[in-house]
Design a protein. Structure first.
Length: 137
C-alpha cells in the first residue's frame, strides 16, 4: 500500500487495547498510589474482575512449589513485556507474588510503557501534531 492509503486506513481504524494503557487503572489498581495489588487501603481483598458480570474474581496468587513452572498467567506476561531483567535474567516482578506488595523500583521502569502518562507529560509538544492531523482529515 502507498503511504497515503495507509494513512487513511489508520485514520479510520478503531483500536481496542488488550493491554493496559494507563497504570493508574492497571486491572483496577493504581500502581502509582496503591501499595498492594491484592488488598486495598482498607485491607479488603481487591476484586479485579467478574465472571459473566456476576461472580467476583480476586487477584491473589498462592505460591506453588518454588515458582519453577510458570503457567503463562497474565501478570507474568506483563512482567515479561514491561520489566527490566534481574541479575538472574528473569524479569523483575511488579508485585510480590505472595504478599501483593507493589515493587515501586520496578514501576519506575514500567513508566515508559504507560501511554497515558506519556501523553499527559508530553501533551504540549504533541498537541500541535495531533490537532493538525485531525483538522487535515
Amino acid at each position: 500500500m502507498a503511504a497515503d492509503a495507509l494513512s487513511g486506513y489508520f485514520r479510520r481504524l478503531l483500536v481496542q487495547f488488550s493491554d493496559p494503557v494507563d497504570f493508574r487503572n492497571f486491572q483496577k489498581i493504581n500502581l502509582y498510589e496503591d501499595k498492594n495489588m491484592f488488598y486495598g487501603k482498607d485491607s479488603v481483598l481487591q476484586l479485579v474482575a467478574t465472571i459473566a458480570g456476576f461472580f467476583p474474581v480476586a487477584s491473589t496468587k498462592r505460591p506453588t512449589g518454588r515458582y519453577v513452572v510458570y503457567r503463562g498467567e497474565q501478570m507474568h506476561s506483563f512482567d515479561e513485556v514491561f520489566s527490566e531483567r534481574g541479575a538472574d535474567g528473569d524479569p523483575l516482578r511488579i508485585c510480590d507474588p505472595v504478599t501483593g506488595e507493589i515493587n515501586k523500583t520496578c514501576l519506575e521502569h514500567w513508566k515508559q510503557y504507560d501511554i497515558s502518562l506519556y501523553l499527559r507529560s508530553n501533551w504540549p509538544s504533541l498537541q500541535k501534531t495531533w490537532t493538525e492531523r485531525s483538522v487535515s482529515r
